[in-house]
Design a protein around this ligand. Sequence first.
Ligand code: NIG
Ligand code: FE
Length: 417
Amino acid sequence: GLLTGARLATLDAATDDGGSAAAPSDDRDGASRYGLIEAGALGWRDGRIVFAGRMDALPAAPADLAADVIDAGGDLVTPGLVDCHTHLVFAGDRASEFEQRLTGDSYEDIARAGGGIVSTVRATRAASEDELLAQSLPRARALVADGVTTLEVKSGYGLDFANERKMLRVARALGDALGVPVRTTFLGAHALPPEFGGDADGYIDAVCDWLPRLHAEGLVDAVDAFCERIGFTGTQTRRVFEAARALGLPVKLHADQLSDGDGAALVAEFGGLSADHVEHTSAAGVRAMAAAGTVAVLLPGAFHVLRETTLPPIDAFREAGVAMAVATDCNPGTSPLMSLRQGMQLACTHFRLTPAEALRGATVHGARALGLGDRGVLRTGLRADFVRWRVREPAALCYWLGGDLVASVHCGGRRVV
Ligand code: NIG
Ligand code: FE
């Protein structure tokens, strides 16, 4: 296929022709770079990009590409969005918990009283695999409808072997149903299920026992844990990471979300793909992440919904050259957010990311947080995952709250929206 007459935001520094409007003077790590190409063309074949550049540099289009030409009419075209952190497979919802928080109870209070994550575990266990798929599909479909072409889904509402397996199977089935790649993350160490009667160490033994069995079924791409006062300790997290390492699986971590538990340094020590949330990460944690190349995954939806006030150390990440990704964290408790574009908006308003940083965070850096180097940039040889938007300015993606800006979504060269 061939798309012409497009404003390409390639996010590829090499192709930047200086066309980014109103670039701030601060230009660290692509803070203001979209890799913009005016009057651009994008060609693809067999799911890969074969041309991304100026129309006047387009070689005489080969017949197979020319047979399928779309004129973008000056619309903006970006890489497909990558949502690298979601918990969108679950049953039920927690709207009543939202009401409860608004009248004064905190997220931690509710968790300690047996609500929170554990209430979603009850609902998820009670749902059949088909019911779970039926309830989760609209959320995944909403993400794709707003430009997502790769998404990650975590387990963590099953908390026993059969139900963690059920969640991961549903995550894989979502990808098949929607025609987009779904990466699965095993988050057995999300909360302590009631049947363990407070024995967190015993539960971690079980998690480490399930992991190789789930991996053997091809259900696990990465391993995560919730390292927090209401989650698991650093020592327990370390045991889960050692089990992952024994299988050659990459790790990531819910790190320093509600308090500084040295989570960022711990996941960096294991060469982790990402430290996620990171509101309370210390300067030492930032240094460890920079040294290990661990991505900071910013989750402004959870920050927003929990009415948090401690900002992640954004300037320190910039200065240390830590890549920042932006994701929805779509989940029933802290972030019932079904649009990554809306997540980019929240990242700009709450965290003061530049729109270019937010776009890179939701594309190339999100891909990096999943260990994927073949997407997130419009460049020859990479996957033909791209979105045509009904806007011209890249900043407009971060500007509108809600609305429908998508003209079409293409994944692996196939139109999916
Ligand atoms: O990313 N912090 C832990 N996990 C989720 C929330 C899960 C839930 O409340 O259901 C998060 O915020
Ligand atoms: Fe999360």
